[in-house]
Design a protein around this ligand. Structure first.
Ligand code: PAJ
Length: 280
């Protein structure tokens, strides 16, 4: 596996790969890798001739009071995991390399970026779309792989690619969960043993919504109430949002007549966790 820290080296390598007719897949990450990330790497492996993974804890997508400084950084372990998966290229730039002093240009997907997590994390999605657009220009992948875990992020990136005519195929892969149902996340590392138990309420709330749906309930207000009730049972959990939306527009749907995204976010202690399911 080749490791590149500069944009020039990364670009030269990807141009060479493409020049030799290889289809290149990119998996953008912030590191602290787990099975969720590795599932994207495997999907990229299956669909592409070469796989590049980026590890970059993107300062632009963290709010001033968020966890940028303490975000887990486990580069050596990540490198070993990616090596074992047969990844060809690891791109790991520094913040200075990605954002030279004086950079003032951003990519914003208007409207969508203010929904779901965008409501409580202003500027977050602008940070995501700006860095992903930059990564697409630097790596020039044929395809890029994202997780359904960050459902709004996937929707917003698809929209950016469509609106800016970027020549990248976007693949969205299913959520990988712990055996008890907790969605894997780099932020799970912050949880104390007690919080780890409480963290399951998000999955329980989504399961409750799915059960009611399977029993025939289609009214979004009733389904949200059922999920929210589960979420508010644990006093150590602080609800951020629990919504049922159209997966493309991210607008609330009143009745579940076609595919809907049930998405929730909650603070467990100081840790903000998200999870979602698609119905049906
Ligand atoms: P990060 O949180 O590291 O996630 C990288 C990718 O892994 C994202 O596409 C995310 O949806 C996916 N992922 C995370 N947990 C997953 C799980 N349990 N199952 C399946 N996929 C999972 O998302 C980001 O980084 C950043 O916003 C990034 C896109 C890299 C831009 O900075």
């Amino acid at each position: 596996m080749k490791i590149y820290k500069t944009i020039a080296d990364m670009r030269a390598a990807s141009r060479t790969a493409r020049y030799t007719g290889k289809r290149l897949g990119l998996v953008p990450t912030m590191g602290a890798l787990h099975e969720g990330h590795l599932s994207l790497v495997r999907a990229a492996r299956a669909k592409c001739d070469g796989v590049a993974v980026s590890i970059f804890v993107n300062p632009l997508q963290f709010g001033p009071s968020e966890d940028l400084a303490k975000y887990p950084r486990t580069f050596e372990r990540d490198r070993e995991l990616l090596e074992k998966e047969g990844v060809d290229i690891l791109f790991a730039p520094t913040p200075e390399e990605m954002y030279p002093t004086g950079a003032v240009t951003y990519v914003t997907v208007e409207g969508l970026s203010e929904k779901l997590c965008g409501k409580s994390r202003p500027g977050h999605f602008r940070g995501v779309t700006t860095v992903v657009a930059k990564l697409f220009h630097i790596v020039e992948p044929d395809a890029a792989f994202f997780g359904q875990k960050d459902a709004a992020q996937a929707t917003i990136i698809r929209r950016m690619v469509q609106d800016l005519n970027l020549p990248v195929e976007i693949a969205v892969c299913p959520i990988v969960r712990e055996p008890d149902g907790l969605a894997m996340s780099s932020r799970n590392a912050y949880l104390s043993p007690q919080e780890r138990k409480s963290a399951l309420v998000l999955h329980r709330a989504l399961t409750e919504v799915k059960n009611r749906f399977d029993q025939g309930e289609r009214n979004a207000i009733n389904l949200i109430a059922a999920g929210t009730q589960v979420l508010t049972q644990d006093p150590t959990v602080r609800l951020d949002y629990f919504e049922i939306v159209n997966p493309v527009t991210l607008d609330p749907v009143p009745e579940l007549t076609s595919c809907a995204l049930v998405a929730g976010a909650a603070f467990v202690g100081n840790t903000r966790l998200i999870d979602n399911i698609l119905l049906p």
